[in-house]
Design a binder for this molecule. Structure first.
Ligand code: UDP
Ligand code: MG
Length: 322
């Protein structure tokens, strides 16, 4: 029997947990050809989430948990999930039931057909503002243009990954993570399916425009060097323009004599170039910041306790004792 690990990052999700567990139990009963493991990653919740998880683990040993030492964010919580999951296949699921667990059946079908990364693309996000939908759409268009590997728009973390993908993802240990780009980068055989996103079952979203903006910047700066390189082209174009402008001015001065006016053009040129310089400095700063964070080589997360051992450590242990 194949095992499936369902990774569920949870940050202050006490309100939805009971509903989620009910749905997960139903689904696992239906898909009884597989052994399930539900691995909750408690991402530094400040409510009763952890206690609920411990309680669940006592009642049902399939419900496992990893407790991170603080809130590291969903991207890192997922990495912890990859490290601790033991299944032959892994499904990543949001705790708030926006990812209907029933879709797993279809994912498993394609998995059995030999696909290694079956990702669900949401058809419509209900209960989401127009602005959020629009910004998300435009953002993915920009990312698509700038990155060599494809980031599939509207495809989130809701997907079934074969063990092979997980072994690959475990090795990508950068701190400022953008997992959506990693799925594309690691390769493997992909299959797209669709689902209808529901409204969050209970509780509040943990995203706001500030952390979405940070994730958006991470998405671009971790996969693309286009923003770094584009300045040389812009600089070159401005230099050519400035040179031509100067030539015209010289000719004009020779023909019509000196002209003291020109204060507006001067100011415009200075401001324009000043702006460009500041923007390009900012871009370099973004990348330098990433380099700074990554060169420290810190582990991406720490755990306080877990209901099971780190898979990789376990494997190393087996090897040394053998
Ligand atoms: N989440 C997390 N750590 C965080 C923020 C969110 O583990 O710092 C989890 C959260 O519990 C949920 C998932 O990530 O399971 C998606 O979060 P949310 O529903 O708030 O995001 P949205 O669906 O609004 O994009
Ligand atoms: Mg949600």
């Amino acid at each position: 029997m194949k095992t499936l690990s369902v990774i569920i990052p949870a940050y202050n999700e006490e309100e939805v947990l009971p509903q989620l567990i009910e749905r997960l139990n139903e689904v696992s009963e239906k898909l009884d050809r597989y052994a399930f493991e539900f691995l909750f990653v408690n991402d530094g919740s400040t409510d009763q989430t952890l206690n609920l998880l411990k309680e669940l683990n006592k009642q049902d040993p399939r419900m496992k948990y990893v407790d991170l030492s603080r809130n590291f964010g969903k991207e890192t919580a997922m990495l912890a999930g990859f490290d601790y999951a033991t299944g032959d296949g892994i499904v990543i699921l949001d705790a708030d039931l926006q990812h209907p667990p029933e879709i797993m059946e279809e994912m498993i079908y394609w998995w059995e057909q030999g696909y290694e990364d079956i990702y669900a693309v949401r058809k419509k996000r209900e209960g989401e503002s127009f602005l959020k939908e629009w910004t998300s759409k435009t953002y993915y268009k920009v990312v698509q243009k700038m990155t060599p590997e494809k980031v599939i728009p509207q495809a989130g973390d809701f997907r079934l990954l074969d063990k092979k993908c997980i072994v690959a993802l475990r090795q990508l240990r950068e701190q400022e993570r953008y997992t959506k780009g990693m799925y594309g980068w690691i390769g493997f055989k992909k299959k797209e399916i669709t689902y209808f996103a529901e409204e969050r079952a209970a509780g509040k979203t943990k995203w706001n425009y500030s952390n979405l903006f940070k994730l958006a910047i991470d998405g671009i700066t971790s996969y693309s060097t286009v923003p770094l390189k584009v300045w040389s082209y812009i600089g070159f174009a401005i230099s050519v323009f400035a040179f031509l402008f100067l030539a015209v001015e010289i000719v004009k001065t020779i023909i019509y004599g000196t002209n003291v006016a020109g204060y507006p053009t001067l100011l415009a040129a200075i401001l324009f170039l000043g702006g460009i310089q500041l923007i390009s400095l900012g871009v370099i700063g973004e990348y330098l910041g990433r380099v700074f964070v990554e060169t420290k080589g810190r582990p991406p997360y720490f755990i306080r306790e877990s209901s099971q051992e780190d898979v990789e450590k376990e494997e190393q242990h087996d090897e040394s004792s053998a």
